[in-house]
Design a protein around this ligand. Structure first.
Ligand code: M6R
Length: 608
């Protein structure tokens, strides 16, 4: 899951490639590199680590070529190092790759048997050597690429630059996204519209199996069978300017603070507040009354949003929901009801496993509704209908505002579905809409407790293990809170259903173990109180996230309390996400971790 870019330009392209790679760094930041033609000869600059290291290299040894390719890497095969950094090159070509070549071992053996000597541990080098082998036969770059692509199994988006060819670039895609950008006498390739936004708004997405031969004025696209094809040109709205951190130290902090606004914006899109009604997305290709099951799939934080959504769909619309992490769903050959609806959830809209789950459901004949944040993404384009989250660009690797916007959309969809199916009446719909409308304000109130959270987080930062507990919709939130803490502070954390504690995890509890309990005043608050008593009885240190009277009413003395405003329980999980996120954020800041770009992670996971 890397970012790739290619430019056939009029001016030196190295600074432009770096500008574009900065927008793609969310896909990986283990290493970065560029290749250009310097007086017709392939020349590379590569550096391990973040893009700024490559920038440093380019300052020391600038490049002046007007055609070039660039790459930012999330390592899959071969450790992060300059040697394994893209572009990979031979004497004939350089290539950048996003994806995984699954049969690279057999290809490598075959090429080595033919005399090739490999320089790296990557799967991508086989592509460079395979195409070079074909070039030696035909001396024709396009024919060489066409002859090589059928040998590659797995997922790839590729951009090739050829030694001695100042006006030629070739791109190919299968299973990983690649877009062509059209300029005035300039041409571009990029992993997404965001990467191309500084250069052009006119783009075409290649379809699976497509490959394209570009010069500065034309793009000849062929499908997997070699037939010339046309792909629609669209105007994107991806902003040319990078979003900044505002007054915040990190994007994550900014995005946490934006939540009242973006959740409010998302709710306004779905709610007719004056009449207390939900506005469902237009043109849904199914009738809610006919749906007998919803099958959800998603990954990571989006999966936890789906788990919360399951409670709402089952409660308000009385539709049974099954939900899987997409990496399991795509392979488990689930029998799907022909009256079913598939619902996928994704911030980026590019997550490989979620996309595969979507395709499985489509192949089974189900309509697919996507709750997605990037409207131009592959998942948005391949779904039958889209329910957008209006979170705006999310840059921090740890998802925050996208999560709460996903929750807001799922709540609206569940209420709207309930109304369409007659499982809630107009009065109940009005009541629930009125509760939802309060959520952004409650989130703003929750943000006011930041100083207290910072204080408690310093304590959490000393722990090696942390438990998060919740019931009902706060059970998935407990898992999300634990994920946030793991991702950015590297502290081991687990989220459990509070009632499950006594079935095993209680054995972990001692005086050292912080136990974060998410306990809004819901119908099962008393049950959560019993679980807290169990923790307290064993000397556990409870960090209570609840209203001001909860500790007193529960008869416990928590080691720390994050006080939440009083609220109705239905959508409390959306507001309660705020302290869980801030707790992780301040723990990571206390430990001096790289909050926005934590080790080993990438924002968009476009490989399996
Ligand atoms: O872009 P998506 O929502 O499909 O991404 C899914 C997960 O990769 C993502 O939520 C991941 O778990 C985040 N890093 C969580 O903070």
């Amino acid at each position: 899951m890397c970012g790739i870019v290619g430019i056939l330009g009029k001016e030196p392209v190295a600074p432009l490639l770096v500008d574009s790679l900065r927008r793609l760094e969310y896909r990986g930041y283990d290493s970065a590199g560029v290749a250009t033609l310097e007086e017709g000869r392939l020349t590379r600059r590569r550096a391990e680590g973040k893009l700024r290291n490559l920038e440093g290299r380019l300052k020391e040894e600038p490049l002046s070529g007007t055609i070039g390719i660039g790459h930012t890497r999330w390592a899959t095969h071969g450790r992060p190092s300059e040697r394994n950094a893209h572009p990979h090159a031979t004497d004939r070509l350089a290539v950048v790759h996003n994806g995984i070549i699954e049969n690279f071992r057999e290809l490598r053996q075959e090429l080595e048997a033919g005399g090739d000597v490999f320089e790296t541990e990557t799967d991508t080098e086989v592509v460079a050597r395979l195409v070079t082998r074909e070039m030696r036969k035909t001396n024709d770059p396009a024919k060489a690429v066409a002859a090589s692509l059928p040998h590659l199994r797995g997922a790839f988006a590729l951009a090739f630059l050829f030694d001695g060819h100042e006006d030629l670039m070739i791109g190919a895609r299968k299973g990983a996204p690649l877009a062509i950008g059209f300029g005035e006498g300039e041409m571009y390739l990029g992993s997404d519209a965001l990467a191309l936004a500084p250069f052009t708004r006119t783009i075409s997405y290649l379809e699976d199996g497509d490959w394209v031969v570009l010069d500065r004025t034309t793009a000849v696209i062929r499908d997997a069978f070699g037939a010339k094809v046309k792909r629609p040109r669209i105007q994107t709205s991806a902003g040319a300017f990078l979003v900044d951190k505002g007054n915040h130290r990190h994007f994550m902090a900014k995005e946490i603070h934006e939540q009242p606004e973006v959740v409010g914006r998302t709710l306004s899109h779905y709610l007719d507040m004056a009449n207390g009604r939900v506005r469902m997305p237009e043109g849904l290709p199914f009738d809610w009354k006919a749906i007998d099951r919803i099958t959800m799939s998603a990954c990571g934080t989006a999966y936890y949003a789906g788990l919360v959504g399951k409670y709402w769909f089952e409660r308000y619309a009385r539709i049974p929901v099954e939900i899987d992490v997409a990496s399991e769903f795509r392979y488990r050959e689930a029998p799907l009801s022909d009256k079913g609806l598939a619902l996928v959830i994704s911030q980026s809209g590019e997550t490989a496993d979620t996309l595969a789950g979507l395709r499985y459901a489509k192949d089974c004949g189900l309509p697919v509704l996507a709750v997605v944040n990037v409207p131009t993404s592959t998942i948005a384009r391949e779904s039958s209908a889209v329910a957008p989250t209006l979170a705006g660009p999310e840059i921090g690797v740890a998802s925050t505002k996208a999560f709460t916007c996903q929750l807001a959309v799922l709540a609206c969809l569940a209420i709207g579905a309930g109304r369409a199916r007659g499982t809630i009446d107009a009065a109940k719909e009005r009541e629930l809409v009125a509760e939802l409308v309060k959520v952004p304000g409650l989130m703003a109130d929750a943000l006011q407790t930041e100083t207290a959270i910072e204080h408690v987080a310093r304590d959490i930062a000393k722990a090696t293990d942390v438990l998060f507990l919740g019931r009902g919709t706060n059970y998935p939130l407990a898992m999300e809170g634990a994920l946030k803490l793991k991702e950015i502070s590297y502290i081991h954390a687990e989220g459990y259903a509070a009632g499950e504690l006594k079935h095993g995890p209680i054995a972990l509890i001692d005086e050292e173990m912080p136990v974060v309990v998410l306990a809004p005043r819901d119908a099962i608050f008393e049950k959560t109180v019993s679980n807290m008593q169990e923790v307290a009885a064993r000397g556990g240190r409870i960090i209570l996230i609840a209203d001001a009277h909860a500790a007193h009413d529960a008869g416990i003395e928590p080691a720390g309390t994050l006080v939440m405003p009083e609220m109705a329980p239905d959508f409390a999980a959306i507001a309660y996400a705020v302290p869980a996120q801030l707790l992780a954020y301040y723990a990571a800041v206390t430990l001096g971790k790289d909050v926005d770009q934590p080790r080993n992670l990438a924002k968009s996971v476009t490989v399996e």
